[in-house]
Design a protein around this ligand. Structure first.
Ligand code: ADP
Length: 319
């Protein structure tokens, strides 16, 4: 193998740049030519591809977003469109592709691998919803952004004796809500993986009030319901000022944390090694601080495993 390419796809996440840098530098270290594909599968199909040098990825390790930009291309489910993408790569003599993205991006990479073009996936999403890895690139940064916000909300909530509902991202996964709720000391955490009734939430709020709590913070994952909807349900039942804060896309941006940069560097580099070892149709991940890889077929469309021990702990600490 002499030439490989890298693209970022789907929702961007902080640390994607560090992963691109790792792919480029590790590839060049091993004597490869490395190409960057701009705008995800859209750029692949349209031939928006350029050779990257060591300097092309200089000064990006600390930047959020992705220098290769990202896009969505719904038509990429069509096998003819996938073949067009492979043609673009073959025209340049590229023999392997590294896809940094989430579950949807993995499906595209799996399809290309099945058509005979070797692809390796690198988990890049703030949602931490990919099977086969305990962490995804961007999750730690998003979590820290959420905690920062929750800490600030706590200051104002206690000054005014208010109940605050904080809506965080995560799509169908509750990881950002669970971990930011635990680290931010939220009274209640609502995640899609657990069914908590409104009655139960009210009961907790009332219990807290009875023992003199000045404020309450409820973290709700977007996959459960919107913060506005939850606040409306609560207002009908409690005699307290309920305010809503939707953190939104601030969770997707920002300088990646040290953990995300290190993770991205390790995963990006391992992806290059796998291509050099002749592997295809696999995704890298981290389990118990060891870099692992799994076949796409074993991780795509599998139910995401949230840590049940952390759910239990968060309940025990917020009684
Ligand atoms: P993420 O990778 O963050 O989960 P998406 O689900 O939006 O983001 O997927 C990103 C892109 O991956 C899509 O726009 C599409 O181009 C491609 N993709 C998604 N699902 C498939 C599929 N079943 N087959 C081929 N390509 C897919």
């Amino acid at each position: 193998m002499e030439k490989i390419a890298v693209l970022t796809s789907g929702g961007d996440s902080p640390g994607m740049n560090a992963a691109i840098r790792a792919v480029v530098r590790k590839g060049i270290f091993h004597g490869l030519e490395v190409y960057g594909i701009y705008n995800g599968y859209h750029g692949l199909v349209n031939g928006n591809i350029a050779k990257l040098e060591l300097g092309s990825v200089g000064d990006i390790i600390h930047r959020g977003g992705t220098m290769l930009r990202s896009a969505r291309l719904p038509e990429f489910t069509d096998v003819e469109v996938q073949k067009k993408g492979i043609e673009q790569l073959k025209k340049l003599g590229i023999e392997g592709l590294i896809v940094i993205g989430g579950d949807g991006s993995y499906r595209g990479a799996d399809a290309l691998s099945k058509l005979g073009f070797p692809c390796i996936g690198v988990p890049g999403t703030i949602d931490n919803d990919i099977v086969g890895t305990e962490l995804t690139i961007g999750f730690d940064t998003a979590l820290n952004t959420a905690i920062n916000a929750i800490d600030r909300i706590r200051d104002t909530a206690s000054s005014h004796e208010r109940t605050f509902v904080v809506e965080v991202m995560g799509r169908d996964a509750g990881d950002i809500a669970l971990y930011s709720g635990l680290a931010g000391g939220a009274e209640t955490i609502l995640i899609p993986e657990e069914n908590e009734s409104i009655d139960h939430i009210i009961e907790r709020l009332n219990r807290g009030k009875l023992r003199g709590k000045k404020h309450s913070i409820i973290v709700v994952a977007e996959g459960v319901m919107s913060g506005v909807e939850l606040a409306e349900k609560l207002r009908e039942r409690i005699d307290s000022d309920v305010r809503v804060s939707v953190l939104g896309h601030i969770q997707r941006g920002g300088t990646p944390t040290a953990s995300d940069r290190v993770l991205a560097s390790r995963l990006g580099a391992r992806a290059v090694e796998l291509l050099l070892e002749g592997k295809a149709g696999r995704a890298v991940g981290i389990v118990e601080n060891k870099i692992v890889d799994n076949a796409f077929s074993d991780i795509i469309d599998q139910p995401h495993n949230i840590d049940r021990g952390i759910i239990q702990l968060s309940k025990e600490l917020s009684i």
